[in-house]
Design a protein around this ligand. Sequence first.
Ligand SMILES: Cc1cc2nc3c(=O)[nH]c(=O)nc-3n(C[C@H](O)[C@H](O)[C@H](O)COP(=O)(O)OP(=O)(O)OC[C@H]3O[C@@H](n4cnc5c(N)ncnc54)[C@H](O)[C@@H]3O)c2cc1C
Length: 461
Amino acid sequence: MADYDVVIIGAGAAGLAAATALTRHGFSIALVEARNRVGGRVYTVRPVGATLPIELGADFVHGRPSEIFGLATEAGLRLYEHTGNTWATREGRPEPEDADEDHGEDGNVAAIFAAIQDWRGDDRSLQRLLDERFADARWAGARGEIRRYAEGFDAAEIDRVSVAWLQQTELASDAIDGERQFRVLDGYDRVLTWLRDNLPASLADIRLLSVARELRWRRGQASLSITAPDGEPLGDINARAALVTVPLGVLQRSFDEPDSPGALQLSPEPPGKREAMRLLGMGHAMKVVLQFSDMFWDPLPDRRANGHHPITLPGVSFFFSDDHVMPTWWTSHPVAVPILTGWTGGPRAAALVDASDETILDEAVAALARVLGRKRRDLEKLLVARYVHNWGADPYARGGYSYVCAGGVPAPAALAEPVDDTLFFAGEATSTTGHTGMVHGALQTGYQAAEALLRSLRPGQ
Ligand SMILES: Cc1cc2nc3c(=O)[nH]c(=O)nc-3n(C[C@H](O)[C@H](O)[C@H](O)COP(=O)(O)OP(=O)(O)OC[C@H]3O[C@@H](n4cnc5c(N)ncnc54)[C@H](O)[C@@H]3O)c2cc1C
């Protein structure tokens, strides 16, 4: 006898969206989460003394996705647009970037983006596209820029990432004003805690600190063994169907090393999933947040000219450099707070995963000193607090977010495909609409999985 209609594994964006939709239709659910909080890779902390909530996971609402803007309105959350000047290092000096200067001529990165957007041939990796079409020396700078973009934004490896998928993501982003970025002033986690707080207690059983270890399933039956994070058995949860929303990195690890921490064994192994996951990559992302005593990078005009500020970045929102450790930095502009966020993605982030948090933070401060042309100890004197969460080393994430490898455009749909009306899958890696790796993409997949469940099951039968 099933205790619930559906057991949902993972209380991130996808799991909470599915829980919301299912309970609205009268389904009973158990929502099983390994951490002591909901939200997953949306992770906001509010340390004493911090002037804004600190985002250790997702930061931006990319574009104007209705999934997030709708929830923010319902929840009364304040979103603000992240505007300001983009600066970039050119020949060792930071300069403001002129958005109009790149018209897609030969040698410009816009021409490579145009080639991706117009791509019509067989799929291939970005590296292969560059080798075939942009090998000439005059493209060297643009090749570096597109590599930094694919690694930094998509957390991808360029010799694996699919051109057809990059095209899909670019078009999907254009459709929702993706060049605009917004932040949740109250903290990104409030979007997801709003969903949690509105689950009806009569239908939703939220189990935190409950690690899903083994899901035994056959048509019409799913039985999930859970333990506490220290391994203490917490019994089984029986349901008529299961929805798996653990991150791709966790699922990949579960198939390859089923006994590793955080791994979820699916017994028997469902068909087609291993093959689908081979065509998907779990990208790495490393982000640090540094809080200073003042906004030394954007001093008031009267302090700018006194010679004590070798490099200043007035009105800066994003700052792109070619630093080999942490090339990308952003502020909270136009909200004036002395906080800088450092970011690296792809192979450079992967190289930091095995380092301690202390080492990562030290490396980040050293990188900031390099990109701003300052002495590290001078920056350290201004540093008030520093934060990092190593997602690659986190057993419940195993990376930042996913991307699609060459030839893999059908793979997210294959991963999402329900098995025997009993096993269902959701999460950012199952996005088929080009919103892979995004909070709104994860929410969409949760709602879609709930629709598939609604078609397969009638509540309480
Ligand atoms: C550093 C970083 C920055 C990012 N920045 C942005 C951004 O600016 N904008 C944006 O849109 N997106 C961003 N993302 C991506 C975004 O956070 C994710 O795409 C989205 O939150 C994923 O939601 P999800 O539900 O698919 O997965 P998750 O949020 O990971 O949810 C899965 C849940 O499963 C749980 N779990 C895992 N294993 C088990 C187990 N064995 N048993 C029980 N529970 C388990 C996890 O703890 C987690 O809560 C960022 C991600 C990272 C890491």
